[in-house]
Design a binder for this molecule. Structure first.
Ligand SMILES: [Zn+2]
Ligand SMILES: [Zn+2]
Length: 269
């Protein structure tokens, strides 16, 4: 039974897919994978809709970046948001989980938004660790510079650890995959849902205790899985950041949006 959202701290959540990368399963795990098959990843942004909203989580990448990084781009993010009634021009709050290229591009899409970021992620992406090519790999210089410009324009709200963004919405620094990576916990009609972003790339990672190869700190990744289990109402309330199964497990936001926009505050199928 679906109840109407009436409380002032309860939100709807949508996953909007905008890209895909076909790859072998071995590429998704430290230590590889015994299966030789393919295990593609999808790219998403998320919309949290309710009182004081919408809040957008992450900003994806654009066509130019898709070509540079050899990723398939689906429908543009602005179009996905429009399909669920969100006008990007009017969005006032964007939560950036971390500064990797697939989470912080399209930086002119939300001209009126304030960006919520962990203090540590900004320091990481602009500090001494970026002297190492290995750690720089998932970052794009122009993305980081764009965020620096927003800092100087007074458009970034910094958070340090766990913090409330609005009643019913909080961010939690997990680190691990990127030093200042944060997830987002949202109160919904079915309890607390965690939009994990890259704290969990695929269901396999948290279910099997495995780790994605791009990692700043393995111990923080694994501790993060335990933190997230405590933050979420159940394991069915945890949304991995790149798993194509999300679009199978959750119903489409409305007819016609199958395989594109899913509703995450609905019970999984
Ligand atoms: Zn990442
Ligand atoms: Zn990512």
């Amino acid at each position: 039974m679906i109840q109407a959202t009436t409380s002032d701290d309860t939100y709807e959540i949508y996953a909007v897919k905008y890209g895909r990368h076909e790859r072998k399963a071995a590429e998704n795990y430290i230590g590889g994978d015994p299966h030789d098959g393919m295990e593609p990843i999808d790219y998403f942004v998320w919309a949290i809709v309710g009182p004081g909203g919408p809040f957008i989580v992450d900003t994806g990448f654009d066509e130019k970046m898709a070509q540079k990084r050899k990723r398939q781009l689906g429908k543009p993010i602005g179009e996905g948001l429009k399909a669920i009634g969100i006008d990007a021009d009017k969005v006032e709050n964007v939560i950036v989980s971390h500064l990797h290229y697939d989470h912080t591009g399209n930086y002119d899409l939300f001209p009126n938004a304030r960006y919520h970021l962990q203090d540590m992620e900004m320091g990481y992406a602009t500090g001494h660790h970026m002297c190492h090519a290995h750690l720089r790999l998932p970052f794009e210089e122009e993305d980081v510079v764009a965020m620096v410009r927003k800092v100087f324009a007074g458009r970034v709200a910094f958070h340090d650890g766990a913090d409330e963004i609005a009643p019913g919405i909080s961010v939690h620094k997990i680190g691990g995959h990127s030093k200042g990576l944060q997830c987002v916990r949202v109160k919904t009609r079915r309890g607390y849902v965690v939009v994990a972003s890259d704290t969990i790339h695929l269901y396999n990672h948290i279910e099997q205790g495995r780790v994605f190869p791009i990692t700043f700190h393995v111990g923080e990744v694994l501790d993060g899985y335990e933190t997230i289990k405590k933050l979420a109402a159940s394991k069915n309330h945890i949304i991995p950041g790149h798993d194509p199964q999300v679009l199978d497990r959750y119903p489409a936001a409305k007819p016609g949006l199958e395989g594109w926009v899913a509703r995450l505050d609905a019970d999984p199928k």
